[in-house]
Design a protein around this ligand. Structure first.
Ligand SMILES: *Cc1c(COP(=O)(O)O)cnc(C)c1O
Length: 393
C-alpha cells in the first residue's frame, strides 16, 4: 500500500464498518442490541478487554463506530463517542469530567438547553459556573478561578453568531491546565476544526447540519483520548447511546456533509450580502461579512461562514411576528441545519420567557431573526425573505 493520505472529504465517503461475507457495497444496518461469541474462551477474553469484539450496543455498535470514526477524522481528533442527541454529548462531557467543587466557565450566549444544564443542574452536583460575554474575551481570564476545570464555548454562538478566537483560548486554557470544550454545531468540522486549533474536546449536535435533512437526533464528542475514555465510561454506565438506526442514517449524511456545507455557505453569503443595507433592517450579521464585529477572527479560523444568517428588523417584536407570518417558502420550526430553509424569531419563541433585559444580555434583540439557509435555489430563498420584509411593514 502506498503512503498516500486521502483527503478528509474522501474518507467521509469511504470510512465504513468491516465488510461482511456478503460483500455489500454500502454499510448494512446493525439493528442488534448485543453480539455473540463462538465459545466461552472468546467471550471471556472479550469481557476482559483482550479483544475488540462488540459486546452490547450501549457500549459500541458497528454503525455507531462508523459515525464516530468519520467525525473524529473530520475534526482531526484521535478519539470520540456518539450519543443519542447533542445534549447528551454535552451533558456527558460535563458529568464525566467535572466533580463537586469544580468551576465551569462558559460563554453566556449558548444553546438554550445547555444554559439550563449549566444553571439548573450543575449546581445540584456542587459544580459552580460563571458566564462571560463572548464578545469580551478579556473577561475569560478575569473570571478564571483556581478551581476552574473547564471552559465551554459555542463559536459561532447561538443565536447571535458571535465568534471567539479558538487558538488564543486554547493556549490560555492549556497554560492553566483547563479543559477547553467547544460546541462546534454551527460550523461543523467542514468549516472549523476546534481540536486542531487547541481545544481538548469538541461536542456537536449531529441533529443539525450533520444529518442535514431534519430526520434524526444524534450527538458526538471527540477529543483527547484520555478525556474520551472517561466520557465513554460514563456513557457506558448511564446509557445515552446513539441508536444504530440513527447512526446508519447519519453516516450516509456525513458522505455529503462537505458538498452540502459548501452550498449552504455559498447561499448564506449571497443572502447576507443581498440583505446588507436593506431599508427594513437595522443590521445583518454573518461571520464572513466584513461588517461582522469579529470578522478577522472568523476569517482566520473558519474556511466558510456557515449556513446561518442573522438580522435585526426595524420594528421589534411585533415586526418579527409579522415577518414570520408573511413567509411563504421558509419553514417556521425550532430546528436548524436542514435542507429546507428555516426562519426563527427568538424573542417571541425560544426566549420569550426571559425578560427583555435578560434577552439583551444573551445578545437577543427584539427584532432578531435567524435564518438557517437550506439547499433550495438561492434566489428563491432570497425572494421569500425580501417579499416578507416588504409585506411585514
Ligand atoms: C441543537 C443544538 C444542541 C443540542 O442538540 P440536540 O441534538 O438537539 O440535543 C446543542 N448545541 C447547539 C449549538 C445546538 O444548535
Amino acid at each position: 500500500m502506498s503512503q498516500y493520505q486521502y483527503h478528509p472529504e474522501t474518507l467521509a465517503v469511504r470510512i465504513r464498518s468491516e465488510r461482511t461475507d456478503n460483500m455489500e457495497h454500502s454499510s448494512p444496518l446493525y439493528l442488534t442490541s448485543s453480539f455473540t461469541y463462538p465459545n466461552a474462551e472468546r467471550m471471556r477474553a472479550t469481557f476482559a478487554d483482550e479483544t475488540d469484539d462488540y459486546i452490547y450496543s450501549r457500549f459500541s455498535n458497528p454503525n455507531v463506530e462508523e459515525v464516530v470514526n468519520k467525525v473524529a477524522m473530520l475534526e482531526g481528533a484521535p478519539a470520540g463517542y456518539a450519543t443519542a442527541s447533542g445534549m447528551s454529548a454535552i451533558w456527558a462531557s460535563f458529568m464525566a469530567l467535572l466533580s463537586a467543587g469544580d468551576h465551569l466557565l462558559a460563554c453566556r450566549a449558548i444553546f438554550g438547553s445547555t444554559h439550563t444544564l449549566i444553571t439548573k443542574y450543575l449546581p445540584k452536583y456542587g459544580i459552580q459556573y460563571d458566564y462571560f460575554d463572548i464578545d469580551k474575551p478579556e473577561q475569560v481570564e478575569a473570571l478564571m478561578k483556581p478551581n476552574t476545570k473547564m471552559i465551554f464555548v459555542e463559536t459561532p454562538s447561538n443565536p447571535g453568531l458571535d465568534i471567539i478566537d479558538l487558538e488564543w483560548l486554547g493556549k490560555l486554557a492549556r497554560s492553566r491546565n483547563i479543559i477547553l470544550n467547544v460546541d462546534n454545531c454551527f460550523a461543523t468540522p467542514i468549516l472549523q476544526r476546534p481540536y486542531l486549533l487547541g481545544a481538548h474536546l469538541v461536542t456537536t449536535s449531529a441533529t443539525k447540519w450533520m444529518d442535514g435533512q431534519g430526520r434524526v437526533l444524534g450527538g458526538v464528542v471527540v477529543g483527547d483520548e484520555k478525556l474520551i475514555k472517561d466520557i465513554y465510561a460514563f456513557c457506558r454506565s448511564t446509557g445515552p447511546a446513539l441508536s444504530p438506526f440513527n447512526a446508519w442514517v447519519l453516516s450516509r449524511s456525513l458522505e455529503t456533509l462537505s458538498i452540502r456545507m459548501a452550498r449552504h455557505t455559498e447561499s448564506a453569503l449571497k443572502l447576507a450580502t443581498a440583505l446588507e443595507g436593506n431599508k427594513h433592517l437595522e443590521w445583518v450579521k454573518y461571520p464572513l461579512l466584513p461588517s461582522h464585529p469579529q470578522y478577522e477572527i472568523a476569517k482566520k479560523q473558519m474556511s466558510g461562514g456557515g449556513g446561518l444568517v442573522g438580522f435585526e428588523l426595524k420594528g421589534g417584536i411585533e415586526r418579527g411576528r409579522r415577518f414570520l407570518d408573511n413567509l411563504e417558502l421558509l419553514s417556521l420550526t425550532a430546528n436548524l441545519g436542514d435542507s429546507r430553509s428555516i426562519a426563527s424569531h427568538p424573542s417571541s419563541t425560544t426566549h420569550a420567557k426571559l425578560t427583555e433585559a435578560e434577552r439583551l444580555q444573551a445578545g437577543i434583540t427584539p427584532g432578531f431573526i435567524r435564518i438557517s439557509v437550506g439547499l433550495e435555489y438561492a434566489g428563491d430563498i432570497q425572494h421569500d425573505i425580501m417579499q416578507a420584509l416588504e409585506r411585514s411593514v
